[in-house]
Write a protein that binds this ligand. Structure first.
Ligand code: SAM
Length: 281
């Protein structure tokens, strides 16, 4: 089995903080995560950041349709060697920044299952990208720092409820799969990690344009989360003045004194419909 510590040492490669490199070093944990996804031989899997293949190996043992996207060029020959040692020759390895990858181009006749122990420094960006391109995705099993996972899962009214929670809840049903302690990784992170599953809704309630507006409204509302909505929404994001915002909130049935952290997704949707005519002016 792969020993990331030895493999990195032998090749004089240092795990890079800027690439969020905390490699799973416990193969039982990696196998358990993949088992919990329930994928079978029909699944088309895209793995984000395969690193040294800790998750890739158990994924490739379940299905022959696997593409992995790794940004760090130094890791590619090591990953290929690891796959070869396991006699796995059906994984497509792409050396690319996932943030610049067109995921729709990777989907063929079937929607994708996306997996990844995400680099923590870009995990929110990756999640937003997956949400934007979710037409090509069935489910995503993603590992985050536990604190970020808790923020994504938070419900309205909770202090941790955030822009990321509202946008994620609009696009998917989200559940916690498992929490994992620092001991399963090398180098050991300072915090716990959590795997979440995003079950993307098959249809979109809004057109793409309206969806973009919804995301802008959510962003604007949370940019000043301690202020009431009538004050928070005034500013460059929407470009609307306070009387217009107040009118839109009232016509959406939302008290202007409320704060972003109290609004559920249907309320954000109503608010977006209410501000939309003013944005078109
Ligand atoms: N999947 C491996 C594991 O569980 O051991 C590695 C996980 S490590 C937390 C994150 C991986 O993502 C690293 O291999 C890192 O080089 C890679 N990575 C970082 N930024 C990336 C990006 N923008 N696109 C693709 N891969 C990236």
């Amino acid at each position: 089995m792969i020993n990331p510590v030895q493999l990195l040492k032998d090749n004089q490669i240092y795990a890079g903080k800027e690439l969020g490199q905390n490699f799973l070093s416990n193969p039982d944990t990696a196998r358990m995560i993949v088992d919990r996804t329930g994928i079978d031989g029909h699944a088309r899997v895209v793995e984000i950041g395969p690193g040294l293949g800790a998750l890739t190996i158990p994924i490739a043992k379940k299905t022959r349709h696997v593409t992995v996207v790794e940004k760090d060029r130094r890791l590619i020959p090591l990953l290929e060697e690891v796959l070869e040692n396991h006699e796995i020759d059906w994984v497509r390895v792409v050396n690319q920044d996932f943030l610049k990858t067109d995921i729709a181009a990777l989907a063929e006749e079937k929607k994708l299952v996306v997996m990844g122990n995400l680099p923590y420094n870009v995990s929110s960006q990756i999640l937003f990208q997956l949400i934007r391109t979710r037409d090509a995705i069935d489910k995503a099993f993603l590992m985050f720092q536990k604190e970020l996972a808790d923020r994504i899962l938070a419900m309205p009214g909770n202090k941790a409820y955030s822009r990321l929670s509202a946008v994620s809840r609009y696009a998917a049903d989200i559940r916690r799969v498992v929490d994992i302690g620092p001991g399963a990784f090398f180098p050991k992170p300072a915090v716990d990690s959590t795997v979440l599953v995003f079950d993307f809704f098959p249809s979109r309630p809004f057109s793409r344009d309206m969806e973009q507006r919804l995301f802008t409204v959510i962003k604007a509302a949370f940019s000043k989360r301690r202020k009431s909505l009538k004050n928070a929404l005034v500013g460059p994001d929407l470009g609307l003045d306070k009387p217009t915002i107040t009118q839109a909130l009232k016509s959406a049935g939302i008290a202007p004194e409320r704060r972003a952290e109290t609004l559920d997704v249907p309320e954000f949707e109503r608010l977006t419909r209410a501000v939309d005519p003013f944005l078109n002016e």
